[in-house]
Unconditional design. Structure first.
Length: 309
């Protein structure tokens, strides 16, 4: 009883990821926490941990029975010293390329796992990318819930095509998941962004696509996390306000396509001295001109407004 009365007086102060960074009681700081990427607590001799507090990394309760010292994530227990789960991932068939015991696919800096079941991409960098696609005036009319859902002021009027597309996606019946990462999860499995000559900046995974289909009925908009800030913003505009926006319009009965349609076209000819005649030069153009126009428009808008922020 005395312990429960003591706990009720404690006030945990979490950070944006839910990890308890400080514990106060009656204005007095009893505990201050800093964490390693995998959740281990920095030893702070100037301010020791408070024995009455059991909630720390990711806001999860530390189980101390029989001295196990494991964090209870709900679906599984986690050992922040070994950086591993104590049991197999019940969703491991979705992530066959990773050990069923590792935490956040070995990337706790960019990923979080709220329950120990499924990998969720944290939305902090993605929220920044969304805000970077908008003007300062328009960005004041959106907010993010605790779960990362985008809330757009439907009453706000703007001449921005980027804001209009974002508002359409926010009001859709489809779930659009925006993230930045080095890999993306398709119906066929997890894939890593290509580098080198076939460098990939991002991907929009839509249900029932012929190539790189969404693993479920949601749409996943993924930006290569190695891009710099302006490149991530412009790629998000390309993928979300181009492909995803046209996908939503298609679902609503409009005669549009969310896919590029590249065809070869004659670009001209050059004289070949060795052959002794003119050689035709062919190239690729996007015959889906409506989509191409939309993408060019929103990308140029985002780049211009980003530079003027």
């Amino acid at each position: 009883v005395l312990w429960h009365k003591l706990v009720r007086q404690l006030r945990p102060l979490p950070d944006h990821l839910g990890s308890v960074r400080a514990v106060v009681r009656n204005g007095q700081v009893l505990e201050r926490n800093d964490y390693y990427p995998y959740g281990g607590r920095h030893e702070n001799p100037s301010l020791a941990a408070d024995a009455a507090n059991r909630w720390r990394f990711s806001g999860k309760e530390l189980q101390t029975t029989a001295g196990v010292n494991l964090l209870d994530f709900g679906a599984r227990l986690y050992d922040d010293r070994l950086c591993r789960w104590t049991t197999r991932d019940p969703m491991s068939e979705k992530y066959y390329g990773f050990s069923p015991y590792n935490y956040c696919a070995g990337d706790p800096v960019n990923l979080v796992d709220p329950e120990g079941m499924t990998i969720y991409v944290k939305d902090y960098a993605s929220q920044r990318n969304v805000l970077n696609t908008l003007s300062k005036a328009d960005s004041k009319h959106i907010a993010f819930s605790k779960t990362g859902m985008v809330i757009v002021n439907s009453m706000h009027e703007s001449d921005s095509k980027a804001f209009a597309a974002l508002k359409t996606l926010s009001e859709s019946k489809v779930n659009y998941n925006i993230s930045s990462s080095l890999f993306y999860n398709t119906k066929e499995g997890i894939k890593v962004f290509k580098f080198g000559d076939a460098y990939e900046k991002g991907m929009t995974l839509m249900p029932n696509s012929q190539v790189d289909s969404s693993p479920d009925d949601d749409v996943y908009i993924v930006t290569n996390s190695l891009l710099n800030e302006i490149e991530q913003a412009s790629n998000l505009a390309h993928e979300a306000y181009g492909h995803a926006y046209f996908y939503d319009r298609l679902l609503n009965g409009e005669d549009v396509s969310p896919y590029h349609k590249y065809v070869t076209t004659y670009l001209g000819s050059v004289w070949d001295d060795e052959a002794g005649f003119y050689v035709a030069i062919n190239g690729w153009i996007d015959s889906n001109t409506e989509l191409a126009t939309q993408i060019n428009s929103v990308v140029n808008e985002v780049i211009l407004r980003f530079q003027n922020r």
